[in-house]
Design a protein around this ligand. Structure first.
Ligand SMILES: Nc1ncnc2c1ncn2[C@@H]1O[C@H](COP(=O)(O)OP(=O)(O)OP(=O)(O)O)[C@@H](O)[C@H]1O
Length: 295
């Protein structure tokens, strides 16, 4: 269990990147969802002991993370947002090298570990190719392989699916879900489906604050019977946006289709729809916005 309490960090430019964040994160895949700039990377870097908070505490499996950074690092696997090492060296050699850096000195143990990870991440066939020649998805899988060296108990992956095609994204997420059966995996993402499809628990963050935490299912359930949908004319869209809580607008066959949050049918043109996690996400983000001044 990872326990984060009242974490605060204000950068020198005045941005309050983590604003009293408290989270309890159990074993399994935990989705940390938020838009760009919400503070996800700041939080990930703080948990990974790469930057200090101004205040607050983090405990993992009995380790006081901010006091005993080495104690956490021994149990940590981290895939940062920009994992910028793509040399000509083969995946096999590079992984072997990282394993030595992680302190796996026994040759036989290292061989078994490296080969096992190459199989697990489906890179065995490509193990002798330079990592620089890999596709985006293969690079991310390599990134996970290096994060898994030394059998970490806490794995942090920061926006790993951005830029992957649907096939690679699925493959990557399935890999994470399997890993998450035994250890704590924190998946930071701005892609709602990443969380919907796989994470038993999640938190949404916006402007450095936790907006909601828990099971995606429960959050979706709480919006039941309150999400309404209709097509509108372009010209009428501003009025709907003014008069209703419009969660999202998408073009369907060239015409805007809106999802509105309301306890009763807003007008006769609306039909009730089953809410999904995207509706939860947009409602939370809206609630986090400062009130718009009346026009
Ligand atoms: N080292 C820094 N110095 C000053 N401001 C920073 C620093 N790092 C991040 N910020 C600011 O803190 C806020 C949170 O950034 P952070 O990178 O943690 O968000 P994020 O949710 O990970 O977004 P992204 O996906 O865009 O990285 C942003 O306003 C960002 O500009």
């Amino acid at each position: 269990m990872l326990s984060i309490k009242h974490l605060n960090k204000t950068y020198a430019n005045g941005v309050h990147a983590t604003n009293d964040i408290s989270l309890e994160i159990p074993t399994g895949l935990f989705g940390l969802l938020g838009p760009n700039g919400a503070g996800k990377s700041s939080l990930m870097r703080t948990i990974a002991t790469l930057q200090d908070p101004d205040s607050g505490s983090i405990h993992f499996n009995g380790v006081d993370v901010l006091k005993d950074k080495a104690g956490l690092r021994r149990q940590l696997g981290y895939l940062p947002q920009d994992f910028g090492i793509y040399p000509k060296v083969s995946a096999l050699e590079l992984l072997n090298h990282f394993a030595i850096l992680k302190g796996v000195t026994d040759r036989g143990e290292r061989k078994e570990m490296v080969e096992g990870l190459l199989h697990q991440t489906n890179l065995w066939e490509a193990r002798k190719r330079g990592v620089g020649s890999y596709s985006g998805g293969m690079r991310q899988r390599f990134g996970i392989a290096q994060a898994l060296l030394g059998a970490p108990k806490l794995i942090i992956v920061d926006e790993p699916t951005a830029g992957l095609d649907p096939d690679e994204r699925n493959r990557f997420l399935n890999l994470l879900a399997r890993i998450g059966e035994q250890v704590v995996v924190i998946l930071s993402t701005h892609i709602v489906e990443d969380v919907t499809d796989l994470c038993p628990r999640m938190a949404m963050i916006g402007k450095g604050k936790v907006l909601i935490e828990g099971e995606p299912r429960t959050a979706i359930e709480a919006m039941k019977h309150q999400v309404w949908r209709r097509s509108v004319d372009d010209a009428d869209l501003p009025a709907y946006q003014r008069d209703f809580t419009v969660l999202s607008t998408r073009l369907v066959a060239g015409k805007p289709q809106i999802n509105v949050f309301a306890s009763e049918q807003p007008d006769a043109g609306f039909v009730m729809v089953e809410p999904d996690l995207e509706d939860v996400y947009f409602l939370q983000l809206r609630a986090a916005q400062p009130a718009q001044p009346a026009a």
